[in-house]
Design a protein around this ligand. Structure first.
Ligand code: ADP
Ligand code: UDP
Length: 237
């Protein structure tokens, strides 16, 4: 597979065309940002961990019946993926209160919900990814009603699978963000990444944060936390 021109450079990844119009190469960087790009830094080794972790988790989810963009890991930082038209929604599933949920509703972090929640943000950096509901997404023609239903179904399936998987690693899946896209034929697949950048992962015993909150909140030990969750995952998979 030949790498062609860069299509896009985002905050955490670069995306390249290939000689196959239906396939892209995603290259993971060590760059870290938070608060809509206001905070910037580097997490050494993050690109390799996020690439490999995302690929392992997507292959795991495929086996559970969730279609994904994953095709083949090309090298430690780069992966061949199916090209999709991204649905401009950040799909956030939560099992436990944290982050913007705690802030918005004025509750402490760590409250375990009776059932998982789902919410959408409109993926638009200029607007700061505002929270929107399904009616707004329809009004803005971001997705069809059938696509939103499919996305919700897949998102809860991902949660059930990953919650159980991470529990077996001694890690609590607090919340996470997913992105979905449309293949040429229109069917919806899971895209982007699943990593400590996009999930909150807490040590099940100690409650220690093993994710990007260590960077966001200047807690230190960021690289070690990423390496620790990766080790626990590879010990299981
Ligand atoms: P951001 O755009 O938020 O800075 P990244 O640095 O992670 O994020 O850039 C990766 C970009 O690639 C994102 O815009 C994401 O939506 C997009 N993307 C992820 N998977 C695919 C795919 N399979 N096909 C097309 N675009 C994708
Ligand atoms: N998240 C993400 N990208 C975003 C916003 C959120 O990956 O642009 C993830 C975040 O890592 C967490 C979950 O989505 O696992 C919920 O994040 P929250 O809404 O609490 O936002 P925060 O204020 O923490 O960014």
């Amino acid at each position: 597979m030949e790498k062609r021109e860069q299509l896009y450079e985002g905050k955490a990844k670069q995306v390249f065309k290939t000689d196959d119009e239906n396939l892209l190469i995603v290259s993971y960087k060590d760059d870290a940002t938070a608060f809509n790009g206001m905070k910037k830094g580097t997490i050494t080794g993050k690109g390799v961990i996020n690439n490999q972790m995302s690929n392992l988790l997507m292959q795991y989810l495929e086996k559970k019946g969730i279609p994904t963009h994953f095709v083949e890991e090309l090298n430690p930082r780069e992966t061949l993926v199916r090209k999709v038209s991204i649905v401009p929604l950040e799909v956030i599933v939560r099992n436990i209160s944290a982050g913007s949920f705690s802030k918005r509703y004025g509750i402490e972090e760590g409250i375990v919900f009776d059932a998982p929640t789902i919410e959408f943000s409109y993926k638009n950096d200029d607007l700061g990814d505002p929270l929107i509901n399904a009616y707004h997404a329809l009004a803005l023609k971001l997705a069809t009603a059938a696509e939103i239903e499919q996305i919700k179904q897949y998102a809860f399936m991902v949660n059930d699978s990953l919650k159980a998987f991470w529990a077996s690693c001694g890690v609590t899946l607090v919340d996470f963000k997913l992105e979905f896209g449309r293949l040429t034929g229109g069917s919806i697949v899971l895209a982007d990444e699943i990593s400590p950048d996009t999930c909150r992962l807490w040590d099940s015993k100690t409650g220690e944060k093993l994710d990007k909150d260590r960077f966001r909140r200047d807690l230190g030990g960021v690289e070690d936390a990423y390496a620790e969750v990766m080790k626990r995952l590879t010990d299981k998979l």
